[in-house]
Ligand binder design. Structure first.
Ligand SMILES: [Zn+2]
Length: 136
């Protein structure tokens, strides 16, 4: 799997992570699957209602609204973004939740060092996903 982001989306995610550090920032990613690639066309930033440096949770109504809007606009759910003050790899808690989100892409940004990586769980195994950022 390849995930495509624009440099503008990347900047937005970096800013969110910086602003919230060490609290985890989170966002939903919507877009289209084109030739097997997840092309992100919409990033919806979600306030972390837990205000935690190790966990994130968005308000259910906000999540619902984002999914409804995406559906109206013909966009598919591509995955979740979150930052954490740890290396850019899934934590034990993340792995637990990855099991609940099917094959959604998990984009993780370390708010310590600014590294970003993406992962996907397929049949219970975690795979790293290639991230491609296009300049806009
Ligand atoms: Zn995490």
């Amino acid at each position: 799997m390849i995930v495509r982001l624009t440099s503008e989306q990347l900047r937005l995610l970096m800013d969110e992570s910086r602003k919230n550090h060490p609290i985890e920032a989170c966002a939903l990613l919507f877009g289209r699957l084109i030739d097997g690639e997840a092309v992100v066309t919409r990033v919806v930033v979600m306030p972390n209602v837990l205000k935690s440096p190790t966990r994130f949770e968005a308000d259910p109504q906000t999540v619902f609204n984002a999914f409804e809007q995406a559906d109206r606009d013909g966009l598919q759910f591509m995955g979740l973004f979150h930052s954490h003050p740890a290396p850019a790899s899934p934590s034990v808690v993340d792995i637990k939740y990855m099991r609940l989100w099917g094959e959604a892409v998990w984009l993780i940004l370390s708010s310590n060092d600014g590294n970003m990586a993406a992962f996907q769980m397929i049949n219970g195994d975690i795979h790293e996903v290639t991230l491609k950022v296009e300049a806009v």
